[in-house]
Design a protein around this ligand. Sequence first.
Ligand code: ADP
Length: 484
Amino acid sequence: MSLPLKNGNLFREHGYIDGAWVGADSGATLPVTNPASGETLGSIPNMGLEETRRAIAAAEAAWADWRGRTARERAGVLRKWYDLMMANQEDLAVLLTAEQGKPLAEARGEIAYAASFLEWFGEEAKRIYGDTIPGHMKDKRILVLKEPVGVVAAITPWNFPAAMITRKVGPALAAGCPIVLKPATQTPYSALALAVLAEEAGVPKGVFSVVTGNARAIGGEMTSNPSVRKVTFTGSTEVGKLLMEQCARTVKKTSMELGGNAPFIVFDDADLDAAVAGALASKYRNTGQTCVCANRLLVQDGVYDAFAEKLTAAVAKLRVGDGLKGETDQGPLIDENAVKKIEEHLADALEKGAKLVTGGNRHALGGTFFEPTILTNVTSAMKVAREETFGPLAPLFRFKTEAEAIAMANDTEFGLASYFYAQNMSRISRVMEGLEYGIVGVNTGIISTEVAPFGGIKESGTGREGSKYGIEDYLEIKYVCLSV
Ligand code: ADP
């Protein structure tokens, strides 16, 4: 591997179980490639059920000590881990871009964002307050205690290889829970680098383990092992549903951050330049591969043509390229399947009458690079209206009235992020209340922060990550009826 890392120690090709760096029992490995170049970066152990079982047993064994520590002690470890992430921000960003493909500037941003969850939840650890409730009888006192749920298993995706981990590990550790992680097979090195820093920060062995390899086998054990009390997942709705079914058999708690079909609505009274900037950030960030990326751009009749023109001019300035080679705005797609999905959505839309305004082809750079694309004359009969494209394709739908826009926006089984641009305050309050979504961005295309509750309704999932609400997902309520 020839990555320019200052701290070569961060690059690990082993799993991390019970404080030890280990290979698969079978010795088998899986290759990891750089999506920008197709070059092999290295390998990871192809682990399965047995290794996962050991990681869970180690977590169970480490639980009593970890939960028994004061909140201040746990916060101190998380703070140190945060500091180490920031001290190694550049190396972590390089690793992230190498395995994931996003522009280096975005990767640096993700590392800071990821680290912020460790800092935030370390601080929240000190504020896990319970309640006292006036008793219902003279001799009764009622106490409500908040306690850690226990061993947590986490499964994370490749689109945010660092941040999707710390949003789970931060609150789990803060609450007093040990956690076993299976990172996405495409992007394991960010996860393993985090484990290097966790160890250095003083996270005790067994409290945080990383198991890499066979998703079905690892996921199967995580969802059936009785020691696991909670499964937290970010990924596709399809896999999320499967994991929920598997978890039902042992009644595990679950937090599911699944797919979206985000509407991005531009009303006649919007500041069009601001709307274009917001659409650009929301649609093309991470090459369109985020679950909160605008999937459908709904534009009011009176500004439709002007918005399309301005967006096209802005998209023409996007620099596509390898994130490790100079300044870029858009990297490659994660793999060939991702490119095929865009092509399928594009072909379907064009066949049904959409008009291609810009892009529409694989990029001249080859591999999995794809041109930033805009379609107009898009209708609800097309696939882009129903399914998450997860790529740099912006379909522009036309609407006439506010009521029509809200109905179109809500016409989906998903309910994660939504956005709209408008100036009129009465409209703003009607629309923000009318959107059936867990997140609404008003006059902004960027909504993620560790201080706010991120999560979806409907088939976009359950639970919230970030903010004071995020830690509740890792806590159980215990009611004590005290007779004195
Ligand atoms: P994406 O479309 O983002 O790749 P997936 O839901 O397929 O979404 O993947 C998200 C995470 O879920 C990854 O870590 C992947 O390895 C894991 N995963 C995929 N299939 C399964 C499964 N059957 N059981 C457990 N984990 C799975």
